[in-house]
Design a protein around this ligand. Structure first.
Ligand SMILES: [Zn+2]
Length: 575
């Protein structure tokens, strides 16, 4: 006996076996049981969500020899013929292959004749939007005065293309894509009945790949069964789909968050060696980023679908929502550009590296002074703290909600782009309000003014990298380095104008010049100043360690040496 594909073998034979689409089922069942069924239905929805299946069950319900009901017997000749796909009064037409008006005429000529075996003729016209205009006109005449023994079921993936005259004569239902749980549970049910072993995660991967279509899911399951020689496992599914596991995606995300380029490229090599499809990998990365963004921004949502909710949540805590959005955008572009890359692997790696270049670098996870013999960390901490407290100005850093930072014995190194606290310089608050920005903003107070503003990440980057040129009336001219010109995007600019305007209590219009000469001769930017400050702090911290007699004694006694890269300055708020 030949192998019957699962989709056919397990095609629902009654309404109660249909997965999902409860809203449609209810309308059909009620109509059948009260014998008040509309004569034309339009099912819109993507492929493989059950349009034909519903039409068949409906044809059976209407023609069962036991009488019209929502629970046809399944035993009588009519029921069996419908199930076998050879019931003469169920007429299935694929409009995609029958667009000529003659074909439709021929079809509609027969509408007038009584059904040959059953009570009703059921016409299922698939992809009905493909009919030509004249075919629609022919159809419309029938729909206006339908013979009582005829039911029309139209199916389409594109209801927008249907004429309003047709739409208005149909009861319209939008068949929903099936969700991952609905599909995976149905697959599990079938595999149990077929007595085939499976891993739950494998079914979820299939459900995800099927993208809402039960038919696609079942045909993937067919492949998986033959591929896996009797067992359905996650690894086989990944090989089959060229996809990667959620765990692998999470490892990839972790390397990005940790700014670990070496690990990222290593992972890319492994994916390539495993024969993964990089387009699929990018798709999964996109899906994961979308899930993280959802958890970050809509935290109270139900997440029953995500078996790895906790892992996603933990990733989401280590990365800012803005960066997640940026990564998403980069991945999207990466996917678009993949066909143009020299090869898929290099295109994929370029996408990861681009993300890496935007992810703020967390330098040095080992912040204590790393001597080759153990040094009580408290001692060195006190020393450097004493020293840096003499710094003329301390820059406060906004710590990301990074779980890793809790392990730090000393604070994070200075991150120039995340300054939050105002500087100890006179600010504009004690200046009497005047009409023009020109009298408030000038080269000497520019840095302190923008330093005191509360800004979102992108506006902050823009502000920190902008040098003051001049201000006239409400117009403030700023210079930005040509290589950073992308920071002056309309959104960031608008945001900065808004916050600056609010601060100065007047409208501000920012004008950006990319004139390099002007930029070079202008006052330093906050970012440059902070970078200079960071260098000085680093030097001071290093000096304090090298000049510390206690450390010197340790070096002498234990033959210890100082690992230079482990020396980090300490900032005031973390003492
Ligand atoms: Zn029957």
């Amino acid at each position: 006996m030949s192998y019957l594909v699962l989709a056919r073998k397990w095609r629902p034979k009654t309404f109660s076996e249909v997965v999902g689409q409860q809203h449609v089922l209810r309308a059909l069942i009620n109509g059948l049981d009260q014998n008040r069924l509309h004569h034309a239905f339009l099912f819109s929805g993507t492929r493989g969500v059950g349009k034909t299946t519903l039409a068949r069950i409906l044809a059976k319900s209407l023609n069962c020899e036991q009488g019209v009901s929502s629970t046809p017997c399944g035993e009588c000749q009519s029921c069996q013929e419908v199930d076998a796909g050879r019931f003469v009064d169920l007429i299935e037409v694929d409009a995609a292959s029958r667009t000529k008006v003659d074909d439709t005429r021929e079809l509609l000529d027969n509408v007038q004749y009584a059904p040959s075996r059953g009570r009703y003729k059921v016409y299922l016209i698939d992809e009905v939007h493909m009919l030509s205009t004249s075919s629609f006109n022919a159809l419309l005449k029938t729909l206006e005065e339908p013979p009582p023994h005829v039911k029309f079921l139209f199916a389409t993936t594109d209801p927008q293309k249907l004429p309003v005259t047709i739409l208005s004569r149909c009861l319209q239902f939008n068949l929903r894509r099936l969700d991952i749980t609905q599909i995976s549970e149905h697959l599990a049910d079938i595999l149990q009945k077929e007595v085939i072993e499976f891993e739950q995660t494998a079914l979820i991967e299939i459900a995800r790949a099927a993208d809402g279509s039960m038919r696609d899911a079942l045909s993937l399951l067919d492949q998986a069964i033959s591929f896996g020689a009797g067992k359905v496992s996650s690894e086989q599914i990944h090989q089959m789909l060229g996809s990667i596991s959620q765990q692998q995606i999470h490892t990839l995300m972790k390397a990005l968050i940790d700014h670990d380029g070496h690990d990222l490229l290593q992972q890319s090599h492994e994916l390539s060696a495993q024969g993964r499809d990089f387009n699929t990998v990018l798709n999964e990365l996109l899906a994961t980023l979308q899930q993280i963004a959802t958890i970050q921004l809509v935290p109270n949502l139900e997440h029953s679908d995500d078996s790895d909710y906790e892992q996603l949540q933990s990733l989401g805590q280590k990365i800012s929502p803005e960066i997640v959005q940026l990564f998403y955008q980069i991945a999207l572009h990466g996917k678009r550009d993949l066909p143009y890359a020299a090869d898929p692997k290099s295109g994929f790696e370029m996408t990861l590296l681009r993300m890496l270049s935007f992810q703020p670098k967390v330098i040095g996870t080992k912040n204590h002074v790393d001597l080759t013999t153990t040094v009580p960390p408290v001692q060195t901490q006190q020393k450097s703290a004493q020293n840096t407290s003499t710094n003329p100005r301390q820059v406060h850093t906004e710590l990301e909600q990074n779980a890793a930072t809790t392990e730090f014995q000393q604070p994070e190194p200075i991150q120039p782009l995340q300054v939050e606290e105002p500087k100890a310089v006179e600010v504009t608050s004690d200046v009497t309000p005047v009409d023009s920005a020109s009298e408030i903003l000038n080269a000497s107070n520019w840095l302190s003014t923008i330093g005191s503003l509360k800004l979102t990440a992108f506006a902050r980057q823009l502000a920190d990298n902008s040098a003051f040129i001049k201000s006239e009336g409400d117009k403030v001219t700023l210079a930005i380095a040509p290589e950073l010109a992308h920071l002056a995007n309309p959104k960031a600019q608008e945001r900065l104008e808004l916050v600056l305007g609010k601060h100065l209590d007047q409208t501000i219009k920012l004008i950006f010049t990319q004139n390099t000469e002007q930029y070079l001769t202008a006052t330093a930017t906050l970012a440059a100043e902070q970078s200079e400050q960071a260098k000085q702090n680093q030097q001071q911290a290093a000096d304090s360690i090298h000049n510390d007699p206690a450390i010197d004694a340790l070096k002498q006694t234990f033959n210890a040496r100082i690992i230079e890269s482990s020396i980090k300055p300490i900032t005031e708020d973390k003492k």
